[in-house]
Write a protein that binds this ligand. Sequence first.
Ligand code: NDP
Ligand code: BG6
Length: 513
Amino acid sequence: MSEPSRHPFLHGLSKHRGAPPTVVVIFGASGDLTARKLIPAVYNLGHDNLLPADFYLVGFGRKAIPDEEFRTLAVQAIKEFSRRELSEAMWSRVAAHTTYVAGGYDELPAFERLAAHIAGIERQLGRAVQRLFYISTPPSVFAPIIRNLGASGLASSHLGTPLHAKVIIEKPFGKDLTSARELNATIRGVFEEHQVYRIDHYLGKETVQDLLVQRFANAIFEPLWNRNFIDSVQITVAEEVGVGSRGGYYEQSGCLRDMIQNHTMQLLALTAMEPPGSLAPEAIRDEKVKVLNAIQPLTIGPAGDVARAQYAAGMIGGKPVPGYLEEEGIEPDSGTETYAAMRLSINNWRWQGVPFYLRSGKCMARRASEIAINFRRPPGTLFAGETARFDLAANTLSFQIQPDEGLSLILNTKVPGLETRTQPVKMSFRYATTFGSNTAEAYERLVLDAMIGDGTLFIRGDEAEASWKLCTPVLDFWRSVGRAGMDSYPAGSWGPPSSDALLAKQSHVWRQP
Ligand code: NDP
Ligand code: BG6
């Protein structure tokens, strides 16, 4: 039986989600993200029969690319980056509806040509289509694109009907609080908030979505999910890769802007928010904003709540890696951090007194993203005194976001034998073992959700601002002091001493994921 009143979130990747006829327009279609993520996402949605029957793909960019060449680029992208092999038969149906429009992002006539191009598609099809605009350009042209979508009438097409236009905006959403507010103001001058989908691709990851399910679909966690039982929370997003060829971008960004302000803060919001009243997008986003706004302002400066560092030369996977300052496109005296860590306090009834530790870095020992919930130790009355016999750890529940996605719980257990000895053991669940490993990529879920109009896994404007409000004073301080206080860590390690010191104040240590 169909369940029309059920919220789309509950349907997951079911084939019954039914996106309306849609034209997806990618701005920046000749770029890296389009090739590595967006085209493969469209391909895999098609493969899973999740694209609408009337689906059109339009690339847009400054370079004049003939339709046929764009189709060839798309095929190359699928061959190189898709999680599935190319099926020519399946893709040929999308390719027949794939075209390219060339023009400048700040040129209104180019957007008028785009509007005419889409109107031509509708005429040929004999019915109206939803327009989904994906802005996948460098952030310097986000605002001109949005303004031209407004001026050309594309933003308001079919407004007031289920086929109203939508816009997906890539990260970074601003570079500080002021610029994020300006970008929000530009967007609000053109789009209504329900038309806007600000991307944080971490929200599209399976394990991140599972966090909500684990927290609210299991009765055992919620009674413990508070200051009475939880000692501290650690959120780690560690990357093994360095800046690679993205040095130019990274120099303008750094770890706090690139990873902490968005990805790790979103993980924190989902971990710490109150149970939403329903699974409606606004109910979830309201709770995320509330908890982000309850984070206390950070103490900045020596012995404060924040640490930053750059990687020095080291070894990763048995290979030598140069230090950040030796990388291509990096200033020899660069003040850009490749690692950042924070100690946060949430000033509400649930979390008062529980430190939340966040860290992220490039060129770390290995790729590992996790959320670790460290519970309080049991009262040391029974299995106490003889540490050699009673090896006891605090219970830790950890969500492995990637790689090797899963969930584990550290429990203290009796070692088999005639003598009573204890030892911590790990109870684990692995997605790959239970469900198989070829799961949908984040961008598949996010493009599909935007097509069907589900904003749950996207960031609302006030969420972005709440997160920037916390991070901007840190960035301002770092800018004012230059390289002073910049720590370093060898590539291939777990981070700098100043980050350990953030935890040592409360006798905590970083877990090794
Ligand atoms: P690219 O640098 O590859 O740029 C995308 C396209 O935008 C280019 O092909 C080019 O197309 C156009 N472009 C490039 N530079 C400029 C410029 N200075 N002014 C105007 N147009 C320009 O970007 P990515 O594809 O790597 O990233 C796109 C967006 O996605 C960015 O906002 C990025 O932050 C975000 N992102 C990217 C990730 C990645 O791994 N690449 C990961 C997460 C987010 P043309 O010349 O044809 O106009
Ligand atoms: C992006 C950052 O948002 O996330 C990159 O700009 C980073 O610097 C990437 O490498 C990490 O994403 P993932 O999905 O590989 O963990």
